[in-house]
Design a binder for this molecule. Sequence first.
Ligand code: P1T
Length: 379
Amino acid sequence: MKFATKAIHAGIEPDPSTGAVMTPIFQTSTYAQTAPGEHKGYEYARTQNPTRSVLEKNLAALENGTDAICFSSGLAAQDAVMKLLSSGDEVLAVNDLYGGSYRQMVRVWGQWGLKSRFIDMYTAANVEREITPATKLIWIETPTNPMLNIVDIAAVCAIARKHGIMTCVDNTFASPYLQNPLDLGADIVLHSATKYIGGHSDVVHGCLVVKDAELAQRLHFLQNACGAVPGPQDCFLILRGIKTLHLRVQRACENAATIAQFLAAHPKVEKVYWPGFASHPGHEIAKKQMRMFGAMVSFDLKDNSLENAVKVMSSTELFTLAESLGGVESLIGHPASMTHASIPREARLKVGLTDSLIRLSVGVEDVEDLIEDLERSLA
Ligand code: P1T
């Protein structure tokens, strides 16, 4: 099955008890047993829920995995991955990543004796140099949030495999429509399904996808034992969002390409970060591992005073100033004070994340209107 067909059909059958074509919301916390231990495969809704099970089958298919494990948020999914490790282990993470992912690694897991180091992952040779005997997990995010750097998934995962190190790829910015890390050798794919997968900015949700039975079993254990599960209504909304994932991401990427080019040619813009430019250092790798270049665009203004950037961000009308990304509507954001405020300023500046960087999540509106909006606010 090809992607669009999988998005609409994989794992989805009419409900056996009623024939309902759309997966029902099983709003129940528990299930009747005829005798202790005799039931229809469902005992308690933290452990199993039919709406969630359908979503997990569908997500596994979209990422070419065997199992998906759903969580109440992207960070809850990350929490489960980190719990596969033990005190004394070390995580090598890419040096540009979502501020909340960084915060959890440093401020939560750091306290439990799990050390995370944030490194330049843009050459595989550098990753190999940084590996120590304690390294147990390599954490890739690509494209990165918010600098849109590209990590060569196949090359880094090959090195990790050689050293017996587990890999997790946060595929949130790409979505499964653009990039499938399991096919490139990753052990775990993570999504904040809050973003492109859900696609309508109305749910917070996360998932992991794997293709190894033992890893799946360990993560299912953590999902149940720790309990950060999504509710059935949220699973329903994610399932509904997925049905148009390919259409939305395709259109958003086309709009983003037009906007990136518009910004690059604008006299008030200093630099545009978008992997679709031939001059982007990760362009060739992006071409190899992604189907399109994504719908996130970051940029710096020539007058890069914070005041000027704030003026631009506060004056758009169609681009809403807000955290998050990946919805049908376009958003504009200020990483330094919003999504990446939990990363120390020094670490942010080191990767080029200036105090005045502006990030766009390009939606699926008419691109002429989006450009007019940016033109007006830049003026
Ligand atoms: O918000 P949550 O569903 O818990 O997902 C966290 C997360 C994980 N990974 C990446 C790459 C992310 O971008 C996020 C959340 N990011 C934002 C809210 C944002 O505006 O960047």
